[in-house]
Structures are given as structure tokens and as C-alpha cells.
Write a protein that binds this ligand. Structure first.
Ligand code: ADP
Ligand code: MG
Length: 270
């Protein structure tokens, strides 16, 4: 039987709009969008570049540039995040909702080892000592399918796929309930992309986490997600079970997205 408490284990966005203000213009990047990711759900948010995917994702932990206007509601496990102070939000970031940001593999600090990236996160967010953090760092390498020897290496000594797995390990450090991953595999070759994505979804399913996966690659997302949400020009134009959206797209834009990726794959293999 599902208790009231269990039914609240989700991130739910209702009627979210995001507007950026430039010197002379404003950009309405997200327009009245709603979505929900429950624990155990793997949800793909797809759309072409500039459709508003990163903006909506970053609105969840409220990590958008200062001055950006966000309206609507962001609920996490029954708590309203909008209106919370930075201090209150900081307790929830990393522990409740962790982020693998776009370009995560380039966001490492060059002079810190992979282990230090993890132990710093543990120290900063959970108050775990560096010594105690080392054991957790080793465990995280096992979880993301990396050799423990990687821990002593520096970011530039890793391949693209290893770096992305290490970025995932950092995001998982505080054992979050929800993972937000923004184009986590875009910079990788096709085979490594699939492998890393399989690792992410395996971890999410094994730990009964919720995943919001942002990607411009609809077929790739359809292969690993339960649900797909399609964004165009800041609006959600289609949503449904991943298999249905990929096999029977209702919106012409969704069809275009599928065909564009297929075309690119044919071109690159010919
Ligand atoms: N910091 C910003 N300032 C102004 N406009 C922005 C900013 N970030 C994104 N945008 C604009 O918002 C729209 C949506 O961008 P984004 O959310 O990054 O899309 P996606 O992740 O789907 O590529 C685009 O038109 C983009 O140019
Ligand atoms: Mg983006």
C-alpha cells in the first residue's frame, strides 16, 4: 500500500516560466511548463538546442543566473522550493537533488585529483572528514564502473568517458534521491555515450532514484527512459511513454527531431 508520504517522493514542476533579462531584451526561455519525476522514474527531456531544456532543469535547484525571473511552483518531496532561502536550498542541493551540469566533464578543477573532488564535496555538504571521505570515494568508483586507481589521477589524465563517469561519481557523493543530468553524454562517441548512459540509468534504477535526463538526442533518450517530454521554443509540445513517443510521434516537431538524428547517423556512418 502506498502511504501519503511515499506519494510525495517526487519533483513536480507546475506552470514554470523562466525569463532572462539582457541589456535591451528579454528571453522567455521556458513558458508555462509542467512535469513530474517520481523516485524510480527515468524521464527524458528532449528538444533542439535553445528549446529551454537547461533553463527548466536549472530552475529546479535554482541555479540560474542572478536576475533571472522564475514563476510557478517547484515541489520536491512535498516541499515548495520556490521562496526558500539560499541556506535552506543548500541543504537540499546535492543531498536531495544532485546535478550533473552541461559540460560537467570540463568543470573539474585541473589541479585537484578525482578523489579530492569527491572528498571536498563530502566535506562541504555533509561535514565528512577527508579521511572518512576516501572510503566513500572508493565505493563511488565501484558504483560508476571506474577502477579505484582513477582516484589519484588528475582530470586531464582521463578519457572523455572516464571523466563523465567521474563527474557522475561527484554528483552521487551525497547519495541524492534525484539526479538532474544535462546532456551528460553529448561530447562522447556513440558507443561510449550508450555505455555511460546505461551506467547512469542502472545506478538510478538500482538505488530507486529519480532521473531527469536532458538531451537533444530523442532516439538515445527513448532507449533508456520510461517517459519522454518534448520541448520546443520554451513549450512542452508532447509527452508520453518513451516507446510511444519514439514510435508514434504526434507532434510534427517530434517527427523532425527523430528524423534529424537518423539523418545525422546515416551521414556519419556513410
Ligand atoms: N544566461 C542567459 N541569458 C540570456 N538568455 C539565455 C541564457 N541562457 C539561455 N538563454 C536563452 O534561453 C533559451 C533557452 O536556452 P537553454 O535553456 O540553454 O536551451 P537548451 O538547453 O534547450 O539548449 C535560448 O534562447 C538561450 O539563448
Ligand atoms: Mg542546454
Amino acid at each position: 500500500m502506498t502511504t501519503a508520504n511515499e506519494t510525495k517522493r517526487s519533483i513536480t514542476l507546475s506552470d514554470i516560466s523562466v525569463t532572462y533579462y539582457g541589456r535591451a531584451s528579454e528571453v522567455r526561455a521556458v513558458r508555462n511548463c509542467s512535469l513530474s519525476v517520481g523516485k524510480g522514474d527515468v524521464v527524458g527531456l528532449v528538444g533542439e538546442s535553445g528549446s529551454g531544456k537547461s533553463s527548466i532543469l536549472m530552475a529546479i535547484p535554482r541555479l540560474l543566473p542572478v536576475g533571472t525571473k522564475v514563476t510557478g511552483s517547484v515541489m520536491c518531496d512535498g516541499e515548495e522550493l520556490t521562496g526558500m532561502s539560499e541556506r535552506e536550498l543548500n541543504v537540499r542541493r546535492w543531498r536531495r537533488v544532485a546535478l550533473v551540469p552541461q559540460g560537467a566533464m570540463n568543470s573539474f578543477t585541473p589541479h585537484l585529483s578525482i578523489e579530492r573532488h569527491i572528498t571536498e564535496a563530502l566535506e562541504h555538504h555533509l561535514g565528512i572528514s577527508r579521511t572518512a571521505g576516501r572510503a566513500r570515494a572508493a565505493e563511488l568508483m565501484d558504483i560508476v564502473d571506474l577502477q579505484r586507481g582513477i582516484l589519484t589521477r588528475y582530470p586531464h589524465e582521463l578519457s572523455g568517458g572516464q571523466k563523465q563517469r567521474a563527474a557522475l561519481a561527484v554528483a552521487l557523493a551525497c547519495d541524492p534521491d534525484f539526479l538532474l543530468a544535462d546532456e551528460p553524454t553529448t561530447a562522447l562517441d556513440v558507443i561510449t555515450q550508450k555505455e555511460v548512459l546505461q551506467t547512469i540509468t542502472r545506478i538510478v534504477r538500482e538505488r530507486d532514484m529519480g532521473l531527469l535526463l536532458v538531451t537533444h538526442d530523442l532516439p538515445l533518450a527513448a532507449g533508456v527512459c520510461d517517459t519522454l517530454l518534448v520541448m520546443k521554443d520554451g513549450c512542452m509540445v508532447e509527452s508520453g511513454p518513451a516507446g510511444d513517443v519514439a514510435a508514434n510521434p504526434k507532434h510534427p516537431y517530434t517527427k523532425t527531431l527523430i528524423e534529424a538524428i537518423r539523418y545525422m547517423e546515416t551521414e556519419s556512418s556513410s
